[in-house]
Design a protein around this ligand. Structure first.
Ligand code: CAO
Length: 594
């Protein structure tokens, strides 16, 4: 193995560019052509691809650094027999890509011939500087905005259009964004004025010299130009990076490409030169301002734009958290995560009809109460469960007279232990046993719906009502704990929940839940399954009810139970068997020791 340093390629005249993104990490294996870093000049961002495959051993720069041609980017470890370009410069293909972008972004003062845009026939004109811009003067004084020299690329794609016919634009305002293989570039307005037409659409492939828009400038920049075609030298030190080719045209017929000639000494040449010179002083044309993300022109690199396209994210709606408001991959990923966490918002005939917004204040005084964080989570989790899980609820009564008699007999022991035995710990114990006997209730449906994940542990959540909202702490390994331990742990977790001391881990990993409203009242309710669990037991208020013993009605303490289950996983027969088993155990706790 040997080490090779990858350096910044020819920037086509740009003195320095900024490092805005490291797209690989130390230790990472990279393929040839894989983007390593993203550099950015005034107008374009460019990815520097790996000239050859290898493993990143060290970075020689960091985000925010300004680099120039020849500066070290990183050190790649490559195979001994790997064919690398001397000095580890990017391989010709990669370098060409980078340089082509750089050419388009070069500042005119660095090398006017490169910075100038080219109309059809510009290749020849570039060969003999000063570079000529086609200029055809006419009464209308319109400006054709042409695709600049693409530095060898056959075509680039129009990925965003920021203006429409009739829009007023400031000089330097972004008209559209072009994207090649490795870079995206904005096309700025060459002058302030009104857009007469936009001649391309998003998705179109455009080539050097192609007209993309026609602009009516506010000031007649070629008013005194001769009717014959002339060419001028772009003398502006800050010619727009996308190197817009400017042509004032007569409206009809369409202007023919102008032959390249030297700069005339006339007004037109001076006017254009002034126009271009002015560019660098306009408030809207500073690099920072051009780079700032706006709804019309989101500011992001090619990789981010591609990611956004793949995920169907409209970049215009994202705030950028990068330098100068640049939209980063993390911004796109964060946005997608956030949207996924939101409750479903389907609408229309086949989807969920949305609840109409009602102006309640129109009917009387109202007050808006902000939901707590827990309440907001509940909104999401309840909707998620209710909408995803086909719920069925099975009801029964457990005769808990003997259990209650036993509890009564334990009063002294409770005091001695300073531990209260409510019906809940017995329910926990009985449910743990029921889950063992009916393992399907201790499962979760795999996300793809093709498998059941059978759990070999028994952790049960208990719904706890708190001032902040409903939380479900989880008691772990319920099947291995005594009724005293379960009673103590349930109380401890409920206390923690009410005093907001629960840790996230104490609310995770549940297999089944119990929601007890027994201390509150009611004879039955239909709890919502705490998905991805597949069942939940609702416990209502115990009361003395008449129970027929075969000969007569007996006054028995009965406990109403409701078992809600996920009907995708559990059949009605399974649920009937589970609840009947549970009711039987609660009626005679001795069966628990069998
Ligand atoms: N029937 C009659 N009385 C009951 C009962 C029942 N099913 N369950 C409990 N009780 C009694 C207890 O025995 C206790 O009586 P004593 O004080 O006389 O001994 C009293 O009610 C209070 O019990 P508790 O609430 O202190 O303890 P618990 O173990 O029954 O419940 C907990 C603990 C955390 C579940 C409960 O405090 C709680 O928060 N309940 C609300 C849960 C909830 O909001 N569920 C709805 C979720 S939405 O689906």
């Amino acid at each position: 193995m040997k080490l090779q340093t990858v350096t910044v390629p020819d920037l086509g005249g740009s003195a320095e560019v900024e490092v805005i993104e490291l797209t690989v990490a130390v230790g990472q294996a990279v393929a040839a052509e894989q983007p390593l870093v993203t550099l950015e000049s005034d107008k374009a961002s460019m990815e520097i691809p790996a000239p050859f495959a290898g493993t990143v051993r060290e970075f020689c720069l960091k985000i925010g650094d300004r680099v120039k041609q020849g500066d070290a980017i990183l050190v790649l470890e490559v195979a001994e027999d790997a064919v690398v370009v001397p000095d580890a410069a990017p391989a010709p293909a990669a370098a060409a890509t980078v340089v082509s972008v750089a050419l388009a972004t070069a500042s005119a003062d660095a090398e006017p011939a490169r910075a100038a845009a080219a109309a059809p026939g510009a290749a020849e004109r570039r060969a003999a500087p000063p570079v000529a811009l086609p200029l055809v003067a006419g009464d209308a004084g319109l400006i054709d905005v042409l695709v600049p020299d693409l530095g060898g690329a056959a075509s680039v794609e129009v990925i965003e259009i920021a203006v429409r016919a009739g829009d007023r634009v400031a000089e330097g305002a972004s008209l559209l964004v072009l994207e090649g293989d490795k870079a995206s570039m904005e096309m700025p307005a060459p002058a302030a004025g009104i857009i007469v037409s936009v001649d391309v659409r998003v998705g179109a492939q455009v080539t050097t010299g192609e007209r993309i828009a026609v602009l009516r400038p506010d000031e007649a920049v070629v008013a005194a130009a001769p009717a014959a075609a002339v060419a001028v030298v772009p003398a502006a030190p800050a010619q727009p990076a996308a190197a817009v080719a400017v042509a004032a045209s007569v409206p009809a017929p369409a202007p023919a490409p102008a032959p390249a000639v030297d700069v005339p000494e006339g007004d037109a040449g001076l006017a254009i030169a002034r126009l271009l010179e002015k560019e660098s002083h306009l408030p809207g044309s500073t690099a920072a301002q051009r780079q700032r993300s706006s709804p019309e022109t989101p500011y992001a690199g090619p990789a981010v734009r591609q990611l956004a396209r793949e995920l169907g994210v409209a970049l215009a709606q994202l705030p950028g958290s990068g330098p100068k408001g640049r939209i980063l991959k993390e911004d796109v990923q964060g946005y997608v995560k956030k949207r996924l966490a939101e409750p479903p918002r389907a609408s229309g005939v086949m989807g969920l009809p949305q609840v109409p917004a009602v102006d309640f204040a129109a009917f009387g005084p109202v007050e808006n109460l902000a939901l707590t964080g827990i309440q907001k989570v509940t909104v999401t989790s309840m909707s998620r469960s209710w909408l995803n899980v086909p719920h069925v609820t099975q009801f029964d009564y457990a005769d808990v007279s003997d259990l209650e008699a036993f509890r009564e007999s334990m009063k002294a022991e409770m005091e001695k232990r300073a531990n209260k035995l409510t019906p809940l710990p017995f329910l926990l114990m009985a449910c743990a046993r029921a889950l063992k006997e009916h393992p399907r209730f201790n499962s979760s449906l795999a996300p793809d719906g093709t498998q059941l994940v059978m759990k070999k542990y028994i952790h049960i959540g208990i719904a706890v009502d708190t001032p902040q909202g409903l939380v479900v702490p989880v008691i772990r390994d319920v099947d291995r704990k005594t009724v005293w331990e379960l009673a103590a742990e349930a109380r401890e977790l409920a206390d923690k929940a009410r005093t907001r001391k629960l840790k996230p881990a104490e609310m995770q990993g549940g297999c089944f839940s119990i929601s007890s409203l027994g201390n509150i009242g009611g004879e039955g309710f239909t709890p919502i399954v705490n998905t991805p669990e597949v069942a939940i037991l609702g416990v209502s208020r115990m009361a003395v009810r008449p129970v027929w013993d075969g000969k007569a009605f007996q006054p028995r303490k009965t406990l109403p139970l409701s078992l809600s289950y996920d009907h995708r996983v559990i059949n009605g027969a399974d649920a009937g068997a589970f609840l009947t088993w549970l009711v039987g155990v609660l009626a005679d706790l001795r069966t628990l020791v069998l």
